[in-house]
Structures are given as C-alpha cells and as structure tokens.
Design a protein around this ligand. Structure first.
Ligand code: ADP
Length: 256
C-alpha cells in the first residue's frame, strides 16, 4: 500500500521547525553580539579613568616630582577618576545582580508618598548646587504598590537626578504622583531642559547609551542609570514612558 500523504499540519509543522531553529540561531547571535558589545563598552569605560590615573601617577613620579601645586591639583583629578570608576563598578554590579533575580514581582507593599518625599529631600542639595528647584506634588491618600522599596528608590533617584542634571539651570523639576486610577498609579518627572531629539528616545534605556557622551561624563553619568531603571521596572510589571520636546523639556512617566 502507498504511504499515507503527510497532512498539511505535518508539512507546516516541518516548515515551522526550520523557521524556529533559524530564528533561534539569529537570536543567539544577536545576544552574543550584545554581550560582546557590552563587555567592550564596559572595558572602555573602565580603561579611560585607569589610563588617566596611570598618566598622573607617572607625572607625579617624574616631571612633577617635588611640585607642591601640581601634586594638589593632580591628586584632586585622580580622586575624581577613582570615584568615577567606583560609580561605574557599583552600577555594573547593580545590573548584574538584577539580571540574576527572577521576574517575580517583589510583594512588599510600598507607599509611594514617603518614598518620593525621601528621594526629593535627599536630592535637594544636589539640585541646589545645579540651581534647580524640585517640586513634589502628592495626592492626599496613601498610594501603595507591590514592590521593593530600595529598587524603586533607585529608579526615582535616577529619574530625578537626571532631570536636575540635564534640565536647565534656574528652572524647576516637577515630580508628581497621580492616583486618579487607583489600581494603576503613575509618577511623572518633568524637566524644562533642552529635551531629547526623537531619534535618541527609543535607545535611552540601552546600557551605555548617552545622547551626548561628554555631557554625561562631565555630569558624572555612567550611562547605566536608565538601563538599571528599566530592569527594575520590568520586574515590577511597570513601564517607563518618555516624552520629550526639543527646546521644551522632558517627561519620564513610570506607569505601574
Ligand atoms: P547617565 O549616567 O549618562 O545620566 P542614564 O542611563 O541615566 O545615563 O541616561 C542616559 C542618557 O539619557 C543620558 O546620558 C542623557 O543623554 C539622556 N537623558 C536622561 N535623562 C534626560 C533628561 N531628563 N533630559 C535630557 N536627556 C536625558
């Protein structure tokens, strides 16, 4: 007897098998490339302050030996570079710790009102140094979300710090908690700075992505803050939405 004809399902199944394995290979390649880009970026970011430290040490041992003034100035710069490396290592460790954590939503009930109050209070001196005023707008009632207090604090610290750093001197930064929809509270952080050109917006949460690398470095940025924020918010089943208008300012919204 002739062999039965393969069913359409079997035929399509075979086709699908090839398609899936092809996709898996390209996905694996993409992940490999992302991983090696990340290692290259991280090494570059660490190597820059290291090279500068080495250069200053050699100068202090050689041409600037015995020069008191140069000593003081160079030690100041070396301290800054070492601090920059520590910040970078801290952020890299934060990222890798978050990657190891499961995606289970942390279930502590966190009241966002005192949390945001604490974030804004702790950043007031930093904002004042930059000539920025932080305004906090909270609703009457408590607004609780299931989450991890420290992680959420890290997210809002980063957003408010960025709004102060990249906003405009003399202008304000507004932090608003809205619980109009009680089940889905939102926090917006608004600045009235130069804004972000639209082509950069979709890439802001990539690791080491910076609109202007020099501006970020000079403002003590590592380029990892928003990548960390995105990781944390994904764990919390929350979204980060960015709206920006060049010349007007930027609004980062966390939607729980
Ligand atoms: P960084 O450590 O450089 O601040 P982030 O990951 O926190 O890194 O932010 C990534 C980049 O996004 C910044 O370098 C900056 O170019 C841009 N950015 C973030 N927040 C703002 C903002 N409020 N206004 C303008 N640009 C911003």
């Amino acid at each position: 007897r002739a062999a039965p004809m393969p069913s359409l399902g079997q035929l399509l199944g075979g086709g699908r098998y090839f398609l899936i394995s092809f996709r898996d290979v390209s996905q694996a390649r993409r992940i490999d490339r992302m991983r090696s880009d990340f290692v290259a970026n991280a090494s570059h970011e660490l190597r820059t302050p290291l090279a500068s430290l080495r250069g200053f040490i050699e100068t202090l041992q050689g041409p600037a030996k015995g020069d008191e003034k140069a000593h003081e100035r160079f030690l100041g710069i070396m301290h800054e570079q070492a601090t920059r490396m520590s910040r970078l290592v801290d952020d890299l460790l934060s990222l890798s710790r978050l990657e190891l954590k499961s995606n289970i939503v942390p279930d502590e009930m966190v009241d966002l009102k005192p949390l945001l109050g604490h974030v804004c209070d702790s950043l007031q001196p930093f904002a004042a140094e930059l000539g920025v005023q932080i305004h906090l707008d909270l609703p009457e009632q408590a607004v609780e979300v299931a989450g991890d207090r420290d992680e959420l604090t890290e997210v809002f610290e980063n957003l408010v710090e960025n709004a102060c750093k990249y906003g405009q001197e003399g202008k304000r930064v507004e932090v608003q908690l809205s619980a109009a929809d009680f089940e889905h509270p939102e926090v917006t952080v608004t600045d009235f700075g130069p804004g972000i050109p639209p082509e950069h917006v979709p890439r802001l949460t990539e690791r080491f992505y910076r609109v202007n690398v020099e501006a970020s470095r000079s403002k003590k940025g590592t380029g990892l803050g928003l990548a960390i924020a995105k990781h944390i918010l994904t764990r919390h089943r929350a979204r980060l939405v960015v709206k920006s208008e060049v010349g007007q300012g930027t609004v980062f919204t966390v939607k729980f």
